[in-house]
Design a protein around this ligand. Structure first.
Ligand code: F3S
Length: 693
């Protein structure tokens, strides 16, 4: 079994345009009305109703101020007038609009208008409105030959009118003094009918997918049945009569312009499943949907004598008016078609609107003859991003065409590629790229380093640039988020080299600056003594080492800072000065210690006995150091128990002496001591001896 799918399937341009217009309006307004059914397909109509799109037969029934959509069939001018109180979205197909223009202009110029088409077809009713409802309708060569000999006749065709029949009608027209024929059959219709004829001639069975109410679908059935007696008309996959299909059948699939891609795909899938079960050696051939629409327009329809008929039919009295010549009329249609139809190629970036999101797969209308699909893995470089969380139906997105035809007639798209291209382009254009920090994710270990992804763009991170420390296992970075700085860009090779280490260094520098910025002169901070030198002690105050100069270690004179401080000691210091440029901090320790003399009367109360070293001898006494900054004075009369001439007769510098405190005056920084009293207290026999003397 072999399945051959027609190139031109899915919604035609005009139907797609109308459906999109209705969907967008419904998204915005909540509920909208279409004048007549938007499309001849019950499944789609049901879907549209669920989206708030309802069909009305007369505009009078629409509530005031509501939105009505004029479908692709178009309407006459009287309908526009009766819609004055409504918000009108005109989705008339441009091909139909063109017919309106032709008819209006010729009716105004005195031509009798003839329309090849069914008088009750909405499109024909609309066209007739543009000539004041005075058109005559032709459905056969007999109708044409029965026409009276008008002075001036203008003939147009319903867009879906059979091409062959139109030729017959043209040939049967009676001779008239002035006759203009416009081949206004839509190129899409022509293509589909021609393709249906071509396929039905080579296939043993034909499947026509589409609603049976659609004139378009009915016409395709007609064409197919003419050449292939095993033609099935189905509106969806459930209606397929698979029992009629033989193992050696070549099955052609065509579809009407109102048939959505989804339904066609379901039919093809259903047949493909059957095919798998039927024979081992089967072949599924899906025809490529890459032929340009203009090629199809330019080609004659299956060797039908279209051009000849045209020339015979058109006596063309006014060659200067190209639109009036049949060929030129067709050309103007092709032009209009080309203007609106998107041609696509692999790698092309397009804008499209979201039609559906199902199971992470996004269906996008790209204005092409069939919708495109973004598979889940092509949506974002971040696999955790679910399209349903970031998109809604009607949103416009940019996509790249990965495959014009994936083998099943679908256009494969990627949003991920667009994102990464944009990132790459931005990177290339950014002159400050090397000053910026990007967030990347480790992807894979390669020789000499790691490949990281920066928003989908691959960047190489050499092993030496992964950390400020030696990295034992590069694989630890796979799957991890990394802040990266770009350190090299090779634009021609689209190659980026990045560094995580540079970011770490930058962060450390920023943290250091922040710390320095927080240092306030006069603030008290805790610190740990790290190092002691002759000129002071270095104290760590939270990552910054400050110096307590030896003169700031204590209030009194100290020979060496270690006399007061020891390594590892936790102390509180005051910030005395900060030099950010030179990165120096001066600290003070003594400043947070009480000044010695302020405590002197508490430490050395009158009557207490103290011990100290004689540090200086003067004629009137000796100074005794009680602590580095407090000296007491032993007056010469208090040095010994007996009267002495010189202090040195009793004590010398360096002697350790015990004395009683006689008086303390902190303000005057004076302490009077008595060595004599201690001796007499400790040796009462000496006092007794003195008394006896
Ligand atoms: Fe327009 Fe042709 Fe479709 S006339 S509505 S594009 S079949």
């Amino acid at each position: 079994m072999k399945i051959v799918v027609a190139e031109n399937i899915g919604f035609c341009f005009g139907v797609r345009r109308a459906v999109d217009a209705a969907r967008n309006a419904a998204c915005e307004k909540g509920a909208v009305y279409t004048l007549g059914e938007l499309i001849h397909n019950d499944f789609v109509l049901e879907e549209l109703r669920s989206e708030g799109i309802f069909a009305l037969q007369e505009p009078e029934r629409a509530p005031d101020g509501s939105t009505v959509i004029i479908r692709s069939h178009g309407v006459g001018p009287e309908v526009y007038k009766s819609c004055a109180r409504l918000n009108v979205v005109d989705a008339t197909c441009p091909f139909v609009e063109k017919i309106h223009e032709i008819v209006k202009e010729h009716a105004e110029n005195g031509y009798q208008i003839a329309i090849a088409g069914r008088p009750d077809h909405p499109e024909v009713i609309g066209i007739n409105g543009w000539c004041g409802g005075k058109a005559v309708f032709l459905q056969s060569a007999e109708d044409a030959s029965a026409l009276p000999a008008y002075d001036k006749l203008c003939l147009v065709a319903q867009t879906t009118f059979p091409y062959e029949l139109f030729d017959e009608i043209v040939n049967a027209l009676p001779t008239m003094s002035e006759r203009k024929v416009f081949y206004t059959i839509c190129p899409t219709t022509l293509e589909r009918q021609a393709e249906a004829a071509r396929l039905s001639k080579i296939c043993t069975a034909m499947i026509v997918v589409g609603d049976r109410n659609s004139a378009n679908t009915r016409k395709l059935c007609e064409v197919c049945r003419k050449w292939c007696k095993h033609t099935q008309s189905v509106s969806n996959h459930n209606e397929l009569s698979l029992e009629k299909i033989q193992t050696n059948d070549i099955i052609g699939v065509v579809a009407g312009a109102s048939t959505p891609d989804r339904i066609i795909r379901e039919v093809i899938t259903r047949m493909s499943e059957l095919e798998k079960t039927m024979a081992e050696e089967t072949e599924v051939e899906i025809k490529k949907v890459e032929t340009e629409a203009t090629d199809a327009v330019a080609q004659p329809v299956e060797a039908e004598p279209a051009a000849e008929t045209t020339e015979q039919a058109e006596p063309v009295k006014e060659p200067e008016a190209p639109a009036e010549h049949t060929d030129n009329a067709e050309a103007s249609f092709a032009e209009a078609f080309e203007k609106t139809l998107v041609r696509i190629r692999n790698g092309q970036i397009l804008k499209g609107s979201v039609v559906q999101i199902v199971d992470g797969e996004v269906c996008v209308n790209i204005g092409y003859k069939s919708d495109g699909f973004i598979p889940r893995n092509e949506y974002s470089s971040d696999p955790d991003v679910n399209p349903a969380d970031t998109l809604k139906v009607g949103d416009e997105i940019e996509v790249e065409v990965i495959k014009v035809n994936d083998g099943e007639g679908n256009v494969l798209l990627s949003r991920k590629n667009v994102e990464s291209k944009r990132v790459w382009d931005n990177l290339l254009q950014d002159d400050d790229i090397q000053d910026k920090v990007f967030t990347g994710v480790g992807k894979e270990v390669v020789k000499g380093g790691l490949i990281a992804s920066i928003d989908g763009v691959r960047a190489f991170v050499p092993a030496s640039q992964l950390s400020t420390k030696y990295v034992e296992n590069i694989g630890d970075y796979v799957g991890k988020e990394l802040k990266l700085k770009v350190i090299e860009v090779d634009k021609s090779r689209k190659r980026i080299v990045a560094s995580h280490k540079a970011v770490l260094a930058l962060e450390a520098e920023e943290a250091r600056k922040e710390k320095w910025g927080k240092l306030e002169v006069g603030a008290r901070v805790a610190g740990t003594v790290r190092r002691i030198t002759d000129f002071g002690a270095f104290v760590d105050i939270g990552g910054i080492d400050g110096l307590v100069h030896v003169t700031d270690v204590a209030w009194g004179r100290v020979k060496h800072p270690s006399d007061v401080l020891s390594i590892g000691q936790e102390i509180e210091v005051i910030i005395r000065d900060v030099d950010v440029e030179k990165q120096r901090v001066s600290l003070g320790y003594k400043q947070l210690q009480p000044k010695p003399w302020t405590m002197a009367d508490e430490k050395y109360p009158v009557g207490s006995v103290v011990e100290g070293k004689v540090v200086r001898i003067v004629p009137f006494g000796a100074f005794v150091a009680l602590e580095p900054t407090i000296d007491g004075l032993i007056h010469i009369s208090q040095v010994g128990v007996k009267r002495i001439v010189k202090v040195e007769d009793e004590i010398n510098v360096g002697d350790i002496v015990r004395c009683k405190v006689l008086e303390v005056n902190p303000e005057a920084k004076r302490i009077s001591l008595s060595r004599r009293d201690v001796i007499l207290d400790e040796h009462p026999e000496i006092l007794e001896e003195l008394v006896r003397e």
